[in-house]
Design a protein around this ligand. Structure first.
Ligand code: F6P
Length: 518
């Protein structure tokens, strides 16, 4: 896959225009760069693009076989070639035409099971030690943590009264200690969330939790406080989880795409069925839009084309995500796994070295807090970096001045990146130069009507599909992650003391620290 000369020509043409002038190019351009669906508006008018550039990108995407690839995804064909699996996470929000794929029965059954269990816990009917559950602790990492943790945090205001939620991913013992602190152990429910049920951190933390519970309520009783969400039922049983409290999901749901499945059990309990269903419905609406909307009016497609344009055509190595709501503070971390574990590859699905860069480095944080940290770098640093502002439209007209100021700041930062400012030299030329800002820096804004379960579901599904579209443009498989395995193998080697093949620096550090193998 190489860049067609048309795209390079458009980049040269658009590169020669001052961004400010491009933005002022009129209604037709503005309309071409404003796409909305599902309570989300994507405004990419501050990008170095126009209708002709978009048309060339759409043609390139079609030329890359996007149509057939999308159909394959949405009908349950094998799109994760290296693991020989379909990728059917949309099935958990009934977001694709999957009747033929024979999965709806399994999805309906597993959803009914988690719903019933969540209801038993929420109603107080499930009493592992004769008391209702007051706190649910999800133990998981990566996709078995980032999605549920983000959704729980973002939608805490929408939760129906119920058990509180805590999340433990780190091996640092303090995270588990803090998660159980202050709770009556007899009212705790631990959910071990692990697709493979073989992830070292999750199993060690689960074991530590069980040992701690055994110390509190006795070994036999302790087991009653554990449930699991996994695609490896046999391993969960072997770990000692009661089979009635193991909630399956199939291996064709990727970890980083799994919040919709049984991995979302903690949410179904903590937020309640209404909010969790609304989250899935919001995602379903984005699935249907993705499946049917013309490409230039298709939100995930357009987001992917803009990000591909910046990454592969204009050569920006990273993209900053600035979420202008404290409730979206965990979004950049979630997107890092979704995008970088999916697109962080330099070999094509066919096993060839890729002529294209893979996906961008994704990083970010919460606005306006980040304005007081790394925005200096974004405005005056030597590496212009595209920014995604994620904001809430309701804030602009809010009666709460804090929300209005939050929104005004977000708008101002996009304008400042675009315009910059040239400080007239006056008496102190050096100071004027230091105060001047280059401008011409691109950004997009994703505006949610408001932050609700439905718009959050749509926002996550939008990014899942965006990643898929980008993978077609890069010619890579977005659903595997072979690159994470070596670190796990080398960790085991260190723990087993099998150091002979390790590099001298690593062996020296282990020796210096007095590391003793298990
Ligand atoms: O190591 C990476 C990874 O496999 C992710 O893809 C996954 O989300 C995470 O680890 C956790 O895996 P599991 O859910 O199998 O414990």
């Amino acid at each position: 896959m190489v860049l067609p000369p048309e795209l390079i020509a458009h980049a040269a043409r658009l590169g020669a225009v001052r961004l400010r002038d491009l933005v002022a190019a009129g209604r037709d351009r503005a309309d071409a760069l404003l796409i909305s669906h599902g309570g989300i508006e994507f405004d990419c008018s501050k990008q170095r693009l126009d209708r002709a550039g978009i048309a060339a990108l759409v043609a390139h995407l079609e030329g890359a076989g996007f149509g057939a690839r999308r159909d394959a995804l949405l009908t349950g064909a094998i799109v994760n070639e290296s693991e020989h699996r379909p990728a059917l996470h949309m099935a958990y929000r009934h977001g694709a035409t999957l009747e033929g794929a024979g999965v709806t029965g399994l999805v309906d059954r597993t959803q009914a099971q988690t719903r019933a269990f969540a209801q038993q816990v929420r109603s107080g009917q499930f009493k592992p030690a004769g008391k209702a559950v007051s706190r649910v602790i999800n133990i998981g990492i990566g996709g078995s943590d980032l999605g549920p943790r983000l959704v729980a945090d973002a939608l805490a205001d929408h939760a129906e009264a119920g058990p509180e939620l805590r999340f433990v991913a780190s091996l640092d013992p303090s995270e588990l200690s803090r998660a159980v602190a202050g709770a009556d152990p007899e009212t705790l429910l631990f959910i071990i969330a692990s697709k493979s049920f073989s992830t070292q951190e999750t199993l060690m933390t689960a074991q530590a939790a069980r040992d701690w519970m055994a110390g509190q309520v006795g070994l036999e009783q302790a087991g009653r406080h554990f449930a699991a969400a996994s695609a490896a039922r046999d391993k969960a049983i072997a770990f000692g989880i009661n089979p009635d409290h193991i909630f399956d999901f199939p291996d064709w749901v990727g970890g980083r795409y799994s919040v919709w499945s049984a991995v979302g059990l903690s949410l179904e309990i903590g937020l309640g069925p209404e909010a969790f269903t609304a989250l899935r419905d919001g995602a379903q609406s984005m699935d249907r839009h993705f499946a049917t909307a013309p490409l230039a009016q298709n939100l995930p497609v357009m987001k992917a084309l803009v990000d591909f344009w910046n990454r592969a055509v204009l050569g920006y190595p990273s993209r900053c995500v600035a979420a202008y709501s404290a409730r979206l503070g965990l979004l950049p971390g979630y997107l890092q796994q979704l995008e970088m574990e999916s697109l962080g590859k330099s070999v094509t699905a066919g096993g060839q070295p890729s002529a294209m860069p893979g996906g961008a480095l994704v990083w970010g944080g919460c606005g306006t807090e980040v304005q007081h940290s790394f925005f200096q770098w974004l405005h005056q640093g030597s590496d212009p970096t595209p920014v995604d502002f994620i904001g809430i439209a309701r804030h602009f007209a809010s009666s709460d001045p804090r929300e209005r100021v939050l929104a005004a700041n977000m708008a101002a930062q996009g304008a400042a990146l675009l315009d910059g400012r040239q400080v007239p030299p006056g008496d102190d030329v050096a100071l004027a130069a230091q105060k001047s800002m280059p401008g011409g820096r691109v950004s997009s804004t994703l505006l949610l009507d408001d932050l609700t379960p439905a718009t959050l579901g749509a926002l996550l599904a939008l990014h899942e599909h965006k990643v898929f579209v980008e993978s077609v443009l890069y010619g890579i498989n977005p659903f595997d992650q072979w690159g994470v395995e070596l670190g796990k193998v080398l960790t085991k080697g260190i723990l087993d003391g099998q150091l002979s093949g390790y590099d001298a620096s690593t062996r020296a550090m282990l020796a210096r620290t007095g590391f003793v193998p298990e």
